[in-house]
Design a protein around this ligand. Structure first.
Ligand SMILES: C[S@@+](CC[C@H](N)C(=O)[O-])C[C@H]1O[C@@H](n2cnc3c(N)ncnc32)[C@H](O)[C@@H]1O
Length: 253
């Protein structure tokens, strides 16, 4: 049993009866407009066939079926795990129209915020999985991803919850299969223990190398970094962001 005090500082408890990594699916009641977007826009933008293992309708994801081909062939595919309110995802989609982006987020209020940002925006290169990113990753083809964003993942600060942190050995292995050699995994976190936890997991993995930091304390953001809603709260609370980049090595999976 876990209560709110055990949960991530996003202020959400884990989803009962599910793998305990992410927070609750619903927060504040959705407005009628948001509920409308969930009913009309979400089915159009969702990646079909993504279900937990054992579900009868689960099927492999073929990215080229989701996105129109770019000039010169299929588009580079990027993934954001836990997009929160979607501000970073929308920024990247707008700045990189040649890229195809998939965002995963189980928190329905966040999904509704992203749908609101996308609605009528003209942005056509985003698809969603409104649930656990692990289910989507397991269904992606080998070497299909060129970039992965893990921005302020739930920190699970208690030692006894460390295995729930997303940047651990199991998920690095899942990502290693679907990331091309040279593909980049960006991790932002405001929690010191998360930095050491992720660096240790990467040091133990044969599939990733750490890109040397611009400053030794990992405090310099990426050049195209727009910030996120969670980051703004962390800064206000006096916590310090860290920006880490891991590169998929050439090691065969
Ligand atoms: C601390 S919030 C940060 C949100 C956003 N990236 C930001 O910086 O504002 C972490 C988010 O990760 C989501 N999350 C946690 N586990 C996840 C998983 N397995 N798959 C997808 N999203 C997940 C949570 O629902 C939550 O919205």
């Amino acid at each position: 049993m876990t209560d709110e005090t055990d949960g991530p500082p996003c202020g959400r408890g884990p989803r009962p009866g599910h793998r305990k990594v992410f927070g609750r699916r619903k927060g504040k009641r959705l407005s009628a407009f948001q509920q409308g977007l969930i009913e009309t826009d979400l089915p159009v933008l969702s990646v079909p066939g993504v279900f937990p293992s054992g579900h009868p309708d689960r099927r492999p994801v073929e990215p080229s079926d989701l996105f129109a081909r770019g000039e010169g062939g299929s588009r580079p595919l990027w993934l954001e795990v836990g997009f929160g309110g979607g501000e970073h995802l929308v920024h990247q989609a707008r700045e990189n129209p040649h890229v195809a982006l998939i965002g995963c987020e189980p928190y329905m209020n966040g999904v509704a915020m992203l749908l609101n940002r996308l609605h009528g925006s003209g942005i056509g290169n985003v698809r969603l999985h409104p649930d656990d990113a692990r289910d989507l990753i397991e269904l992606l083809p080998d070497r299909s991803l060129e970039r992965v964003f893990l921005l302020y993942p739930d920190p699970w600060p208690k030692k006894r919850h460390a295995e729930r942190r997303f940047a651990g050995p199991e998920n690095l292995k899942r990502l290693a299969r679907v990331m091309r050699p040279g593909a980049v995994l960006r991790l932002a976190t405001d929690i010191e223990q998360y930095v050491s936890h992720a660096l240790a997991a990467v040091a133990d993995s044969e599939f990733f190398d750490v890109e040397p930091p611009v400053a030794p304390d990992w405090s310099v953001p990426w050049a195209d970094w727009p910030g996120t809603r969670y980051e703004a709260k962390a800064l206000k609370a006096g916590r310090r962001p860290h920006y880490l980049t891991f590169v998929r090595s050439g090691q065969d999976y």
